[in-house]
Write a protein that binds this ligand. Structure first.
Ligand SMILES: [Mg+2]
Length: 140
């Protein structure tokens, strides 16, 4: 029996909502070379705006999902660079009692590790992963 009070299931089964892409900011949407300050942002990665526009043309909502707070400086950086996006760190299809992680159909992140159902070797893959902008992984 399906538990429709489960917010994860409710989100997954909602046929009226748009598809949602949660997109990390630093090192994913923007270049990143380490923390420079709350209102210091990298440049938009080349080609990213065109890719995001393809998603939006397909009806996908883009949620900037970042550890940074949603500040006027962040919005100004996104708007000045004409980044196509819909929300920052939240969206209206999220349940009312959600933890920090938002519901989404896709999570795009420079630190993300894909999980394909095969767990063996996952710890090694996690420890040896490094974001593209980081010279050394945590463990080699
Ligand atoms: Mg990142």
């Amino acid at each position: 029996m399906t538990d429709l009070t489960d917010p994860v299931l409710k989100f997954a089964m909602d046929k009226d909502r748009p598809r949602i892409c949660a997109l990390d900011l630093d090192g994913t949407l923007l270049s990143y070379g380490g923390w420079q300050g709350r209102d210091k942002f990298g440049e938009v990665l080349r080609g990213m705006i065109e890719e995001l526009q393809i998603l939006r043309d397909e009806g996908v909502k883009i949620v900037i999902w970042t550890c940074r707070p949603d500040t006027p400086a962040l919005r100004e950086h996104l708007d000045t660079n004409e980044v196509p996006y819909d929300y920052v760190n939240e969206h209206p299809w999220n349940g009312p009692d959600n933890p920090r992680k938002i519901h989404a159909d896709w999570y795009v992140d420079d630190k993300g590790i894909p999980v394909d159902g095969v767990v063996k070797g996952l710890a090694r893959r996690i420890l040896s992963h490094r974001p593209w902008w980081q010279e050394e992984p945590w463990m080699t």
